[in-house]
Design a binder for this molecule. Structure first.
Ligand code: GCV
Length: 615
């Protein structure tokens, strides 16, 4: 038996590596129970009943000395991890049948074949290096264990920006893809691959036009070859006509025509076609005040509702921009009742601290789930925060986002504090006071980050391209459609019916909420409205004072977080890593606070009412 040297965050008590000889979920479940029960429930045993028709669901019965876990093939594994985690946390086992809310609970890895990860902050790729597959199977099984423990069931292994040679995944790399699929199969995780829409053109087909019979024939044949190698591949993920990627627009076709062609090729094999709706004009003239980027996805897709094949899933980012600190829920989620939709989150902290700054996402997700149409979205996806770092997620606390995502995907009614407390208990098992302190630090981390960065829904004040650190005008004169239009008098964009009209993309209830200054939440006020600096907010403060106050508060809260962190009895090396990153976060928070305050002070000429230093 080998012992894992890498850190498994919320499963620190599962010390033994999963042997390669275990090839079914039931065998893995047995293995995990045999190592966990003696330590967590001495004298008790567990029985497993596999009942194929139960699929992913399970029940746990607790009798005097025996736990009986009954479930489908992956259900028994999910039930096993649920039991182990309940025992480790001292919680009662769940009563009744447990089943996931979303059918596809997906991870999107933005891993490139050269081993880099687009927007990755936890080291190199776990799957690729040097232009080929290159992985440690022991670590990949550990990852399988982590994913199964929170019920995630699909992993797309390559970047949606597909570049050579990763585009070989559905061609000459099929044998290796099949080997990888075999590693994840017993964990209930199916693989998915991102494909390049123009692939037929590398094989002598003169076009990638979805209505051209040669193109259709190429994809039909290719799907047959792919499914022969990996019969349970979950499907293809596509980024088309976005940020320079090829797509149907080149041929004057719409995205239903583009997606349906691929969906028909996958259908005979039970594959899904996951089509991303992150489509907008990334060559906008900043002088153009009519085009409003957040409106783009709705404009491209809403009118196509009902025209997609039944194995197409449209994957929509949670907000209409791009994973900013705070965004209103995407209106497209409300606009396509006849289409299968997936919501897309980003665990990788691209705009939210890059796994240097602490940013626990569950409180943000709670707000998004509360605003989302509960019955319209059938699947869920998230860009991973994973990499080859020993702790998988870069910052030891960033694992709470992977853990929390799995729990939300299983049950979106869950409360963020429950997730964060459970993660803290399982990962660190600290005394009650320390646990409370870390839970409260994590619960407040998003709000603190928001305060010291872009205020009141403005977004996009980050350093361009890199997306870490402040640069208030950095995106102001660029082609990406990301503007705040600050001048001497005012800031923000009017997105009401009288302005760009963005708010009209929402159902009436949201139009009223966001469209009126009386009701629009403060945190989104500059998203929807353009306001003068002397505008008096509901709490009596002026807008400019609120901007200053939020920034100073965010910095002070970060200093308090740093003090709390020092008091926590975290194990090594988590403690050293967390403290070292906290020093960088403190630097970052100070830069943000001073630079953004300076920026608005220069424009407005209005001093801080409390006389604090604005450099
Ligand atoms: C994978 C943003 C990121 C890109 C990413 C893109 C997407 O623009 O900065 O790195 O590309 O989103 O979601 O496709």
């Amino acid at each position: 038996m080998t012992t894992n040297t890498k850190r498994l965050s919320w499963l620190p008590f599962l010390k033994a590596d999963i042997p390669a000889s275990l090839t079914t979920s039931e065998q893995i479940a047995r293995f995990e129970l045999d190592q966990a029960l003696p330590a967590l429930a001495a004298g008790k045993s567990a029985e497993l009943n596999v009942s194929a028709d139960m699929g992913e669901s399970y029940t746990i019965e607790a009798n005097d000395d025996v736990y009986t876990i009954t479930g489908g093939e992956s259900g028994v594994l999910y039930g096993t991890y649920a039991l182990i985690m309940c025992l480790a946390a001292g919680h009662p086992v769940p009563q009744g049948t447990q089943q996931p809310r979303y059918a596809l609970r997906m991870l999107n890895c933005w891993d490139n074949a050269d081993g880099s990860i687009e927007r990755g902050y936890a080291g190199r790729s776990l799957f690729f290096e040097g232009g080929k597959f290159d992985y440690d199977p022991v670590r990949l099984r550990q990852l399988g264990r982590m994913l199964a423990s929170v019920g995630l069931n699909v992993m797309c292994i390559n970047n949606v920006n597909v570049r050579y040679p990763a585009d070989q995944l559905i061609e000459s790399w099929l044998p290796q893809l099949a080997e990888l699929a075999a590693i994840y199969r017993p964990f209930g995780v199916k693989l998915m691959v991102s494909i390049d829409y123009s692939a037929p053109m590398r094989h002598g087909v003169p076009t990638a036009d979805p209505l051209d019979p040669q193109v259709q024939e190429w994809w039909n044949k290719q799907a047959e070859i792919v499914y022969k190698a990996v019969p349970d591949l979950a499907g293809f993920l596509v980024k088309a006509d976005s940020e320079g990627r090829p797509g149907p627009f080149t041929y004057g076709r719409n995205h239903a025509e583009g997606a349906n062609m691929l969906a028909r090729a996958l259908k005979p094999f039970g594959g899904k076609l996951v089509w991303r709706c992150f489509v907008y004009n990334c060559r906008q003239d900043w002088r153009d005040r009519k085009t409003d980027r957040p409106m783009a996805a709705y404009q491209h897709y809403a009118y196509l509702d009902g025209q997609f094949e039944d194995n197409v899933i449209l994957q929509i980012k949670n907000g209409p921009f791009d994973f900013q600190v705070r965004e209103p829920v995407s209106p497209l989620l409300y606009a396509m009742p006849k289409t299968d939709l997936a919501i897309e989150f980003q665990l990788a902290q691209e705009y939210t601290g890059q796994q240097i700054d602490i940013f626990a996402m569950p409180p943000m997700w709670r707000e998004i789930f509360d605003d989302m149409p509960a019955d319209k979205v059938m699947s869920i996806a998230a860009v991973t925060n994973l990499g080859r770092d020993d702790n998988y997620c870069g910052h030891p606390f960033a694992a709470v986002n992977l853990f929390g995502y799995g729990l939300f995907a299983w049950d979106p009614s869950i409360q963020p504090e429950k997730i964060i407390r459970l993660w803290t208990k399982l990962t660190y098992g600290m005394d009650q006071l320390s646990e409370d302190a870390l839970v409260s630090l994590l619960m407040g981390s998003r709000r603190t980050y928001e305060k010291y960065t872009a205020p009141l829904g403005l977004c996009w004040m980050v350093t361009p391209n890199q997306h870490y650190g402040p640069n208030p005008s950095g995106y102001e004169y660029q082609a990406w459609g990301t503007y705040h239009k600050a001048d001497r008098e005012a800031v923000g964009i009017d997105r009401t019916a009288a302005g760009t009209g963005y708010v009209c993309q929402y159902p009436e209830e949201f139009q009223k909420l966001y469209g009126s200054l009386e009701t629009c939440p403060d945190e989104l006020i500059l998203w929807f409205h353009r306001l003068r600096y002397d505008y008096v907010m509901r709490d009596g403060r002026t807008l400019i004072q609120r901007i200053y106050d939020d920034h100073f508060e965010g910095l002070e809260e970060t200093k308090a977080m740093a003090e709390t962190l020092k008091t926590l009895p975290l194990p090594s090396p988590d403690r050293e890593e967390a403290l070292e990153r906290m020093n960088r976060q403190l630097f970052n928070a100070r830069e943000w606070c001073d630079i953004v305050n300076n920026f608005f002070h220069n424009y407005s000429g209005i001093d801080d009412a409390h006389g604090r230093t604005i450099y």
